[in-house]
Design a binder for this molecule. Structure first.
Ligand code: FAD
Length: 402
């Protein structure tokens, strides 16, 4: 006989693992299925990329008692400095002005993943099926049926957290909107000559945005967007040539760039699922929205999905509702839609607005950036948005338990 779960989550990346943690300890039968062995060196996206966690996301992890496993590896961002290469405008955001200890934190995906997996390993009510690849799904009125290589199980609610190429989303024919950017992100951890002073630099260059984020051990996490055709050549440069090329683009705000760690490259596109629920199914994280990393919002949006879905599902169950019913899932969808649409549109506007080098547009951009610098209320709104602290906040984002 098939095992019946209340909730089955497909994907043990950051979104799926976080959701399993959020739902645990409430008397539910939960299964987490991950295609790779659930170890930090095996799960594909638990790699060395630096993840900028917004303050709101940090609060969610604190409420989930997972932040204590991340804190030591996370470096606070106290200022954000935005400028354009060859332009005169700049603007900034500042933690003191916002009266918060930090605007966010930078941690490698590997350290974040390690903390999630350590927490998961202490939660006895989650059945972890890993390695286990979902190969078919079939939704019936009363249950979702999920098939792996050698077993099948059922769930009242199936959550697809299986990433940008989500198998579950494709099987269930969710509508998807895509945009290709023709850009790739090159990441590396950089040791600069000068201490970063907890400043995150966002610099818009002719080829795409470049971010240098403050990390532990006086390093910076580089996310350098380049046109696809340049990525191979930049990856093939030796360390010295790479640092010189980067220095030309970034400038000297961090002194001479001294060392570069392992480089990786990621092709970038945008994907958005306008209706991320169906009967018995919810799609979350990158499976629902894959973003350009320009504003570091991809996972921050995903963890807000997690916090809202866990809250709606647990409230539904407490009121005797079926967690996979359309009524419960629509409540989640209505709550999340505005935030998702705004972040997707804003990220896209940033990428496209700054990828055009026409002189009048460049002048307008610089004037815009400069005007923003003189408008504290506008900067305050941007800071609150970047911290994930606008709109109706889930209990976890307010530091409350579920
Ligand atoms: C260069 C770069 C920099 C970034 N920087 C930031 C940042 O600063 N801040 C931020 O918030 N976000 C950032 N992001 C985005 C962030 O990395 C992603 O949003 C996040 O990793 C997505 O996590 P996820 O769990 O939704 O998906 P994934 O990490 O893709 O996880 C999906 C999991 O599902 C598993 N899976 C897939 N198919 C199956 C199947 N059939 N059966 C079972 N398991 C399956 C996979 O093995 C995988 O482990 C960045 C992204 C990039 C590329």
């Amino acid at each position: 006989m098939k095992q019946v779960y209340d909730i089955t989550i497909v994907g043990g990346g950051m979104a799926g693992a976080s959701l399993a943690i959020a739902l645990s300890s409430h008397g539910l039968r939960i299964a987490l299925i991950e295609a790779s062995p659930l170890k930090v060196d095996s799960v594909p996206n638990y790699d060395d990329r630096g993840i900028a966690l917004a303050l709101g996301s940090q609060r969610i992890f604190a409420a989930l008692r997972t932040w204590e496993g991340m804190e030591e590896q996370a470096e606070p961002i106290r200022h954000i400095h935005v400028s354009e290469q060859g332009g005169f405008g700049f603007t900034h955001l500042d933690a003191d002005e916002e009266q918060v200890p930090a605007l966010g934190y930078v941690i490698t995906a590997r350290d974040l993943g390690a903390a999630l997996l350590a927490r998961l390993s202490r939660l006895p009510d989650i059945d972890i099926i890993a390695p286990g690849r979902v190969q078919w799904v079939n939704i019936e009125d009363d249950l979702a049926h999920i098939g792996l290589q050698e077993q099948a199980l059922c769930a009242r609610l199936l959550v697809a957290a299986d990433g940008g190429n989500s198998f579950v989303r494709q099987q269930l024919c969710f509508e998807v909107k895509r945009r290709e950017y023709g850009q790739s992100a090159i990441t590396a951890n950089i040791t600069p000559g000068r201490h970063h002073q907890h400043i995150a630099y966002e610099r818009f260059t002719r080829n795409g945005p470049l971010a240098m984020l403050p990390m532990t051990q006086q390093r910076c996490a580089l996310v350098w967007t380049v046109r696809d055709e340049m990525a191979g050549e930049i990856l093939s440069l030796d360390e010295q040539q790479f640092l010189e090329r980067l220095q030309q683009q970034f400038g000297w705000r961090l002194g001479r760039l001294q060392r570069a760690g392992k480089r990786n490259s990621y092709p970038l596109s945008q994907l958005y699922v306008p209706d991320a629920i169906q009967h018995r199914t919810a799609v979350i994280g990158n499976a629902a929205h894959t973003l350009h990393p320009v504003a570091g919002q991809g996972f921050n949006l995903g963890i807000r999905d997690v916090a809202a879905l866990a809250e709606v599902v647990l409230q539904g169950i407490q009121s005797g509702e079926d967690p996979g019913s359309t009524t419960v899932l629509q409540r989640y969808q209505r709550w999340r839609r505005k935030d998702q649409q705004q972040v997707v549109q804003l990220t896209d506007a940033l990428v496209r607005g700054f990828s055009n080098d026409l002189p009048p547009l460049k002048l307008a951009r610089n004037l815009g950036i400069l005007a923003l610098e003189g408008l504290p209320p506008a900067r305050h709104l941007i800071a609150r948005t970047a911290m994930g602290l606008t709109g109706r906040l889930p209990r976890l984002s307010r530091g409350l338990s579920l």
